[in-house]
Design a protein around this ligand. Structure first.
Ligand SMILES: *Cc1c(COP(=O)(O)O)cnc(C)c1O
Length: 427
């Protein structure tokens, strides 16, 4: 038995499903997870000594790849001085300044520990600021595991949401209204019916948790307009897209200013950090400046601030995104060409260094399209790539990330593996 398998058996006796986060269990591809021993650059090594080229990047944070020297050095220097004080440290100001410099809609920022905490806090702040209760979210968008987000559309004519997980109270679910991604008319209907009660609209400007589906510009502009007309807070959840698709986030790509932005993943440079921020008048309502309560024992933790700040500094250097995007565009365009040339029943969506191959014929522009994907074919594709040393996310509905550490040779090797695997599946 492999060491990964042995460890997984042990893990299942002490952790639910053997993991600390469900998708890690490889459940949707019917395999057992690999236990990882180490990572360097774009390569990870499992406990059995197998090496893989990694396109998961810890689900998004590792835009610089694993164990980046400068990040490690700064984290160890910081750690040597003590790991946590629960008192202000200067690094918190420096990362806040850096975020505000990079993301133009953010005047003030609050650091938290996870994307989930950022989105939970952002909707509380929006509710406290507007003194309204309802929020609008989109089918297929993921905002972490907060109660208000584990909601699907109610059946029939009801627009009120229903919980997707036991443990979420129906009374809370009714405060979440569900609209269709890239479907502005569905949002207009909700505003017509509930406008005066809607505190916030929260959206992934580029959806990355139902596969990758870019928001259409007119859709996102329409959300901005509807929120302005109805006095609602527009929240861009940029936990995945922030610092990924552009140094200023997806909002800079689209030229749209949300009122609040949630950030995570890259912002912590591989350590647990996330943030929410936005307009000064809203952020000044957060305690202790204002009455809306939100706190955290480890928020602004020096090690996480060090990893995040160093990462943000490195990606701000001239030419960083040009080089990353050029490399990624070449990779995705080659896949696109191959799909077209071989007339494969697949669809590829990508924005700069994030992308996704859908096992579905024809364009994927919303949740209804994404769920038509053939997840059994995906599972075969995943397993075959893994066997060839290519580690992608173990689910059809996740993004693939290119990091600055991927070498042209690694990308070319991966392209060849993808092509061979697809030919085996379809020809
Ligand atoms: C990953 C993610 C979250 C949740 O972040 P966690 O750190 O896993 O809690 C929220 N929103 C989006 C868009 C994400 O991609």
């Amino acid at each position: 038995m492999s060491k990964s398998k042995q460890l997984f058996e042990q893990a299942k006796t002490v952790m639910p499903g053997g993991v600390n986060s469900p998708v890690r269990a490889f459940g949707s591809v019917g395999l057992d997870p690999l236990f990882i021993e180490s990572g360097k650059g774009a390569t990870i090594r499992d406990v059995d000594g197998n090496e893989y080229i990694d396109y998961v990047g810890s689900w998004g944070p590792l835009i610089l790849g694993h164990a980046h020297e400068e990040v490690l050095d700064f984290v160890s220097q910081t750690a040597a001085k003590g790991t946590s004080f629960g008192a202000p440290v200067e690094l918190e100001i420096r990362i806040a300044e850096q975020i505000i410099k990079m993301v133009s809609s953010v005047d003030m920022v609050r650091m938290v520990n996870s994307g989930t905490e950022a989105t939970m806090s952002a909707i509380r702040v929006a509710r406290g600021f507007t003194r309204r209760n309802k929020i609008v979210k989109f089918e297929g968008c993921y905002h972490g595991h907060g109660d208000s987000f584990l909601i699907k559309a109610g059946s029939g004519a009801l627009t009120l949401g229903e919980p997707t997980s036991p443990g979420v109270p129906q009374a809370l679910a009714e405060q979440t209204l569900i609209a269709g991604y890239n479907d502005l008319a569905s949002v207009e209907r909700l505003f017509n019916q509930h406008g005066v009660d809607i505190a916030a609209v929260i959206v992934e400007p580029i959806a990355g948790n139902m596969g990758v589906i870019p928001g259409r510009a007119d859709f996102l502009q329409g959300l901005r307009r509807l929120c302005d007309e109805h006095g609602s807070v527009l929240i861009f959840d940029e936990v995945m897209t922030g610092f990924r698709v552009h140094p200023g986030g997806a909002q800079a790509l689209y030229g749209i200013k949300p009122d609040l932005t949630t950030m995570g993943k890259i912002i912590g440079g591989g350590l647990p950090a996330a943030a929410y921020g936005g307009k000064k008048e809203i952020m000044l309502q957060v305690a202790p400046a204002g009455p809306i309560y939100q706190a955290g024992t480890l928020s602004g933790n020096p090690l996480a601030m060090a990893a995040g700040l160093k990462t943000l500094e490195i990606i701000s250097r001239p030419g960083f995104y040009e080089a990353l995007n050029q490399k990624a565009q070449h990779f995705f365009k080659e896949i696109e060409k191959f799909i077209a040339q071989e007339k494969l029943p697949l669809s590829l969506n990508y924005v700069n260094s994030m992308g996704c191959v859908f096992f579905k014929d024809g364009a994927v522009s919303g949740y209804a399209d994404a769920v038509q994907s053939d997840t059994e074919q995906f599972a075969r594709y995943f397993g075959a790539l893994l066997g060839r040393g290519v580690y992608i996310a173990p689910s059809q509905f996740e993004a693939l990330f290119i990091s600055a550490a991927h070498t042209p040779e690694q990308l070319d090797f991966t392209l060849a593996q993808i092509q061979e695997v697809l030919m085996k599946i379809y020809k």
